[in-house]
Design a protein around this ligand. Structure first.
Ligand code: IPM
Ligand code: MG
Length: 363
């Protein structure tokens, strides 16, 4: 098969981790007889430095022409970087929001898994994490507060600011359908998270999710208020299978869920539209403080590349081979600094990528 992939190395540790994910993809492709064409595009701070804007029309066109996009991370130190002196629509994050909207990537999948090998990194007490957990946060990605109308103005001598949380039923329905489809392939449970005791947008969310649920009688649906969900994630994470929620709630809860696993450097994500196209990126940020030191953990990006093979190319065997290689390397005791524990062997970004590539085998 020929895979046409656009890469966005981005900022901070992005370029290092994408390089390792490419090495792993190349190894899998060589072993399974595929051919990959890569094209790098600029986004975020890297694009600001060259073009003055975080995302150009040419970059969007390149991404659209690809089968899938593999991204590292974008953004810098918000207190120090000159990028954050620019108006909000010219900052690195605007590039990420812009590409999600331009490619209609409305469904964001963020798995939060407690890896057996890394259970000690989980900050939860032994009895809470016993048995592990494996949930999928499904975050709506192109609507809600992040894309609603916003403005800042003065009135009666006071500064005001408004953001708008708006959804229409079609936007809710399409992410709900994806959520139920994915639950069907997992433990068949959807927890829809909202704030229906206060917000109209949440009441619409709840009503539409219930309509969609009627088509999935084999999947159990429960509703949970977002504040309670934040609590339940640390109290009893094993209760969750698929968490289905709107943009901002998903942004916040997915960070919480990833912290609970104790290994944010391990967590991948996929952003999908209605087709097989997707943008794949680690759940973590650009970590500018450790950029260029060869100490970043490339595993989340490598696992994002595996998700790409699975969701955009239906190459399940190849994706399984990458996931297996990651587990093998961890089992052998190799760790990057962020997941290091006593008795393990510490290694850097490049070496971790090389080890994983080397452990890929055909089953
Ligand atoms: C994320 C990030 C982005 C978001 C930022 C960088 C705009 O926090 O992917 O979760 O809020 O969506
Ligand atoms: Mg976030």
């Amino acid at each position: 098969m020929h895979l046409n992939i656009v890469c966005i190395p981005g900022d901070g540790i992005g370029p290092e981790i994408v390089t390792q994910a490419k090495a792993v993809l190349d190894r899998a492709a060589a072993l399974y007889g595929h051919e990959i064409t890569y094209k790098d595009i600029l986004m975020g701070g890297a694009s600001i430095d060259v073009h003055g804007v975080p995302l150009t029309q040419e970059a969007i066109a390149d991404a659209k022409a690809a089968d899938a996009v593999l991204m590292g991370s974008i953004g810098g130190d918000t207190t120090r970087s000159p990028w954050y002196k620019l108006p909000p629509e010219k900052r690195p994050e605007a590039g990420l929001l812009g590409i999600r909207k331009a490619l209609n990537l409305f469904a964001n999948l963020r798995p939060a898994i407690l890896y057996e090998e890394l259970a000690d990194a989980c900050p939860l007490r032994g009895e809470v994490r016993r048995g592990g957990f494996d949930m999928m946060i499904m975050r709506e990605l192109t609507g809600g507060l992040y894309f609603g109308e916003r403005k800042s103005y003065q009135e009666n001598g006071l500064r005001h600011a408004v953001d708008t949380l708006i959804y229409n039923e079609a936007e809710i329905r399409r992410i709900a359908v994806k959520g139920f489809e994915i639950a069907r392939k997992r433990k068949k449970k959807v927890t829809s998270v909202d704030k229906a005791n206060v917000l109209d947008s949440s009441r619409l969310w709840r009503a539409v999710v219930e309509e969609v649920a009627a088509d999935y009688p084999d999947v159990t649906l429960e509703h949970m208020l977002v504040d309670n969900c934040a609590m339940q994630l640390v109290k009893d994470p094993a209760q969750f299978d698929v968490i289905l929620t709107e943009n901002m709630f998903g942004d916040i809860l997915s960070d919480e869920a990833s912290m609970v696993t104790g290994s944010i450097g391990m967590l991948a994500s996929a952003s999908l539209n209605d087709t097989k196209f997707g943008l794949y990126e680690p759940s973590h940020g650009s970590a500018p403080d450790i950029a260029g030191q060869d100490i970043a953990n490339p595993i989340a990006t490598i696992l994002s590349a595996s998700m790409m093979l699975r969701y955009s190319f239906d190459l399940d065997a190849e994706a399984d081979a990458i996931d297996r290689a990651v587990k093998e390397v961890l089992k052998e005791g190799w760790r990057t600094a962020d997941i290091m524990s006593p008795g393990c062997r510490q290694t850097g970004c490049r070496e971790m990528g090389r080890l994983i590539a080397e452990h890929i085998t055909q089953k």
